[in-house]
Design a protein around this ligand. Structure first.
Ligand code: SIN
Length: 312
């Protein structure tokens, strides 16, 4: 009896990979999230040899990503991962908040099968679109023997959900792993493992069940020359559950910002200290506000939201 190859489920959420412009030489004046996931597949004839199933979960420019879409995406991803015939999931996404969605799915699902997020910096109508190659590579990753966990694949480079950051606003190779350790490379459709497939403990879908419009409100404030903490005080007055401080260097804060954050903490607001640097951890030292470790401010915010969702 012939055994069927594993099925890859493709989930579309929009982004530039599904974007269109009026002319092929317009790489920035386009509209994201115009093509559906079946259109994206049609642009990669080589994928017709794979067992694929496509679903549209959302259709948005990822600058507008929201909690409701995250909740739906996590549930749909979980549902397909549970199917025995499914070998892996590919999610097409905008690049702008890709690292946030990847981290959210990593913390909630920590899947033992691969969940590969991919995207494009150029719209589908560009002279040389990067989306078809990225989609092809993502499917190869989803089928790679031993692959597991949430990874981000663009321009042939595969990042884990913890380190990955968008570091360039225009270049096709726009993402980096902040500590420099890539998970893998995809070369001519072959996956070359450099590190380890990401693993972790899943928080589970139960953690994110409450209505998305009632999720904790967590904002990010930055330290900078002249930061006096006025923004923190305004946020506390308005009503806030958590604050992430994007500090300077090793998470340092101006006297005014630190004092406002300490007052916020005393008033019951959860505070985490991250850094506005592009890489590196914030060292925890006694007496300082709690550190977010090596998480970027946007990922520290997700961590805090998930922690607050567990609070009674
Ligand atoms: C988006 O994030 O949806 C638009 C930008 C992009 O995908 O590069």
């Amino acid at each position: 009896m012939q055994t069927l190859a594993p099925l890859v489920v493709l989930l579309g959420t929009g982004g530039t990979i599904a974007g269109t412009a009026r002319s092929a030489n317009d790489g920035v004046g386009y509209t994201a999230a115009q093509l559906n996931v079946d259109d994206l597949l049609r642009a990669v004839p080589a994928l017709s040899a794979c067992r694929l199933e496509a679903h549209q979960v959302a259709q948005l420019d990822s600058k507008d990503m929201d909690f409701l879409t995250w909740q739906r995406l996590a549930a749909v991803t979980h549902e397909h991962l549970a199917r025995p015939e499914v070998g892996g999931i590919v999610i097409t996404h905008g690049t702008d908040t890709l690292e946030e969605t990847a981290y959210f799915l990593h913390r909630v699902l920590a899947p033992t099968k691969p969940v590969v997020l991919t995207a494009a910096m150029r719209p589908a109508t560009a002279l040389a679109p990067d989306g078809p190659q990225n989609l092809y590579d993502a499917v190869q990753l989803a089928l790679a023997p031993g692959a597991a966990g949430v990874v981000v694949s663009l321009a042939g480079r595969v990042h884990d959900a913890i380190q990955v950051r968008k570091t360039h606003s225009y270049r096709v190779d726009a993402f980096e792993s902040s500590d420099g350790s890539l998970v893998a490379l995809v070369e001519e459709g072959r996956v070359r493992l450099l590190g380890r497939w990401p693993a972790g403990e899943a928080l589970g879908l139960a953690r994110i069940q409450s209505p998305a419009d009632q999720w904790p409100r967590v904002e990010i404030v930055m330290n900078h020359a002249g930061a006096d903490g006025g923004l923190v005080r305004a946020l506390v007055t308005r009503g806030i559950d958590g604050l992430v401080a994007a500090g300077t260097g090793n998470g340092t804060l101006s006297c005014g910002l630190e004092s406002a954050l300490r007052d916020a903490e005393a008033a019951g607001v959860r505070v985490l200290r991250s850094t506005r640097c592009d890489a590196g951890p914030v060292m925890d030292l006694p007496g300082l506000l709690p550190s977010a470790g090596a998480l970027s401010p946007v990922k520290a915010r997700i961590e805090l939201i998930l922690a607050l969702l567990a609070a009674p």
